[in-house]
Design a protein around this ligand. Structure first.
Ligand code: URP
Ligand code: ZN
Ligand code: ZN
Length: 456
């Protein structure tokens, strides 16, 4: 007799899809039985629905001091939003300032997460300083705290950007420690120069954000990262890739033997640059970096996901209110805090725009939104798979649900939705985290603060 049985759903087991039951004991999956027949104290009827492993978001910002303000969510609001949308584990970026010590930053972020996180969580640690003390602390965090991925920025001059000298040395350290280096690929100097030129010409509106950081700059950043990785023998992961040109640079490097993985994020797959061109400063809601591109780039990214050149889909959830935060840049687009939140919407956006439009199939959706993330970031097979002994993180998904994305349904603290009024197909009807029911039909029903840190 299991604690809970999920009965009669179409189960997405590794390499196999079948109708059957899943039995949960405590926090883990005890049995998976094709055809069904398991008994439990608590039974969840999944007939007619899909049963997926809990989704994992590889790119989230919650506590984010950035561009003169701080992102508006806390760990409670962001992770409740994640869970309602079917995401049971998040990887948050720890982004300290250039003077902050890595150890203090890790402790600050972890403490905040421990207070409020409802989903499970782990961290990528941004490296913004690389002096002797920072190097020592980075080694300590890998050895003692299960940190397995760092983050660097080839953007945000004077704030988060790393120098080439430090980048090469950091990559050597990553190789030695077996750490994956995730990277925001642009070119901080080029962007700074283009921003200054545009503003000097009076081009200060939101429509100038994309031209200030064109595709060639992003592709150049990917090329740069991969050349350094080739030299250092490091494993690299390109975050929020927005265009085909950038994916191609990574694939060329992969052919040369570079261990590079490419991430797409939900906004770049669904929205295009015309959103950021909307009048009356409305475009500010759609300012993120790399920027939203031409619609044609959606095809390049979906094709990359279908072919395997793009391996994961995250969100880059970075919530800044339209009123009181985005409007810091009302007279100058370079001052608009960057970010388009989608932690709650991600899976349904991928289902609506990817699966329902035949760009990818359901198996690929599971791979890129869960399994590949777990494998890339050392959480597999605890996370990212329906298998005996894995954490019972399970989503009963209704692919036939139809509705509309609206801000009022959101659990994030953000004051707008970038997807307002857009068609929605699919919903996570039942979300289970380590054996406990946490969300049902768009409502959070779990306890607060029960998310666990995943040491990797
Ligand atoms: O626009 C973005 N992406 N904001 C968050 C910071 C980052 O670059 O990931
Ligand atoms: Zn970034
Ligand atoms: Zn980010």
């Amino acid at each position: 007799m299991f604690d809970t049985v999920i009965q009669g759903g179409t189960i997405y087991a590794p390499n196999n899809t079948f109708v059957g039951d899943i039995g949960i004991t405590g926090e883990t999956i005890g049995e998976i039985k094709e055809g069904g027949g398991l008994a439990g104290s608590n039974v969840i009827d999944a007939s007619g629905k899909c049963v997926f492993p809990g989704f994992i978001d590889p790119h989230v910002h919650i506590h984010l001091p950035f561009m003169g303000t701080n992102a508006i969510d806390d760990h409670e609001s962001a992770t409740k939003a994640a869970l309602v949308g079917g995401t049971t584990t998040i990887i948050e970026m720890i982004c300290p300032g250039p003077d902050d010590e890595p150890l203090a930053a890790f402790n600050e972020w972890k403490k905040l997460a421990e207070l409020g996180a409802c989903s499970d969580y782990t961290f990528h640690l941004a490296v913004v300083r690389f002096d002797a003390l920072a190097q020592e602390q980075l080694r300590e965090l890998v050895a003692n705290e299960g940190v397995q991925s760092f983050k660097i920025f080839l953007a945000y001059k004077g704030a988060l950007a790393i120098s080439d000298d430090d980048l090469l040395e950091l990559m050597k350290m990553c190789r030695e420690l077996g750490v994956t280096l995730t990277a925001h690929c642009e070119n901080a100097e080029a962007i700074d120069s283009m921003q200054k030129q545009l503003v000097a010409e009076g081009k200060t509106g939101t429509q100038w954000h994309e031209p200030s950081r064109p595709r060639s700059v992003e592709a150049g950043g990917v090329q740069h990262l991969c050349e350094f990785a080739e030299r250092a023998g490091a494993t690299v992961y390109v975050v929020h890739t927005s265009c085909g040109e950038a994916v191609n640079r990574a694939m060329e490097a992969r052919k040369r033997g570079v261990d590079v993985t490419v991430e797409a994020v939900a906004p770049h797959l669904v929205l295009d640059k015309t959103y950021a061109e909307r009048p009356d400063f409305e475009g500010a809601k759609f300012v993120m970096s790399p920027p939203l591109r031409d619609k044609e780039e959606h095809e390049a990214l979906w094709n990359g996901l279908a072919s395997g050149s793009v391996s994961t889909i995250g969100t880059d959830h970075a919530p800044f209110n339209f009123h009181g935060q985005k409007d810091m840049g009302i007279d100058n687009f370079t001052l608009i805090p960057n970010g388009i939140p989608s932690i709650q919407e991600r899976v349904d956006l991928v289902h609506t725009h990817g699966v329902c439009k035949n760009k990818i199939d359901l198996r690929t959706m599971v791979d890129v939104c869960s399994t590949n993330v777990a494998k890339t970031f050392n959480m597999y097979p605890r996370k990212g798979v329906l298998a005996v002994g894995s954490d019972a993180d399970i989503v009963v998904y209704d692919p036939s649900f139809t509705g509309t994305f609206i801000h009022a349904d959101g659990l994030s603290k953000i004051d707008y939705s970038g997807f307002e009024g857009m068609e929605r197909r699919g919903r996570s009807d039942v979300v289970i985290l380590r054996g406990k029911l946490v969300a049902e039909k768009g409502k959070y029903v779990g306890e607060t603060g029960t998310g666990e840190y995943i040491s990797r």
